[in-house]
Design a binder for this molecule. Sequence first.
Ligand code: PLP
Length: 457
Amino acid sequence: MPLPPYRIKVVEPIPFLGPEERAAALHAAGYNPFNLRADQITVDLLSDSGTGATSAAQEAAAALGDESYAGARSWFRFRDELAELTGYPHLLPVHQGRAGERILFGALLRPGQICVSNTHFDTTHANVELAGAEPRDLPCPEALDLDSPDPFKGNIDLTALAELLSGPEGGRVGLVLMTITNNGLGAQPVSMANLEAAHALCREHGVPFFLDAARFAENAWLVREREPGYHDWTPRAIARQAFDLADGCVISLKKDGLSNIGGCLGLRDDDLYARCEANLIATEGFSTYGGLSGRDLERLAVGLREVVEPAYLAARAAATARLAQLINDAGVDTVQPAGIHALYLNAGRLLPHLTPAEFPGHSLGCRLFLDGGIRCAELGSLYLGTMDERHRLVTPAPFELVRLAIPRRVYGQEHLDHVAETLAAIAKDPERVSGYRIVSTPPMLRHFKVRLEPIRP
Ligand SMILES: *Cc1c(COP(=O)(O)O)cnc(C)c1O
């Protein structure tokens, strides 16, 4: 087992509530973990976004942050680091990934156009629609078999992409956006071969080819481990190869930027850059800070170097794989093969006594909190299903999953063992997990603010 290449210098206490306190907290939260207070949670696996720990080197750099309104030293440090990593001639900072999506799609997509992806992330999907365009997902067929050990289930379906581009709708395709790794579909990586082939199809049809590269380093690591011909490459060189194939990228730096906030746009086209920059200045901030402080830019400049260190990526990948093994050994299936930033539990299979309308993924998530103080996110019918006006499920999601997202450099092996042990105890008597029904839903983005109640209290 590779050792994490760091030790701990600063710690933060985590709370331990008793079972009755947790039950009361969940009741008060309307049985929605998004409404829990963070100080009620022992191990928080809700998201890997902005939740990582920074290094002493990042905090030392932050102390030198230059907060000048324009042309700050920190901007040049950030820009130079990002330019060396990605090779893009034009770079724009944004406060987080979705701001970059909004600016890019507003400048690049026209109403009625189609944006094609291996899978759009949820905010990406929403921002394509806000630009008046249609998001279309073309995941590879292996992605829909949760148990398939195929190494690159994040790939786009090249046959479907070729058919779309040369078919009657081909002229409407305004952008092909590859999400690396495929966060919306099991944290699965995209192979370099798939990126190269998708790039060639886009060239042939004159369609812009972009990366949604929130996990560029983790994708590079999985390419190194799984794709023939890359084992001697550095993660940095593999990431660069991916950036080289694309006309540009949008990155949420809250993931592989190893920072609590930040994002960026990388572009080659001068005219597209000019339009994005104008929008950025109007809505995010001047183009040398984009809504970030000089201190954030400094942390990012260092984080972008630390994240591609092989020893860091090896230890992180091994920690996730070990947790997957413990969970699988306890009789709980996860989407195969394990990725790096998250594990996806197959709650539908663990809890066959619950129908999709009783939200098995949500039920398992609530049980993990009640039994172990663990918070995670449902990715099943509560999030993706369609409901009638009385909140009853009409069309279930294809799978009932729960995502355990692993914050970077935050939890030790004991914390992850606690998650596996809590799940193992649930798996011994799964019928104890009862279902939920919806009490009220907000008008949009249901999963964030929905309130529920247990069917059998
Ligand atoms: C997190 C994420 C985004 C959005 O970024 P934010 O920083 O949360 O706004 C977009 N795409 C992918 C793949 C992501 O994981």
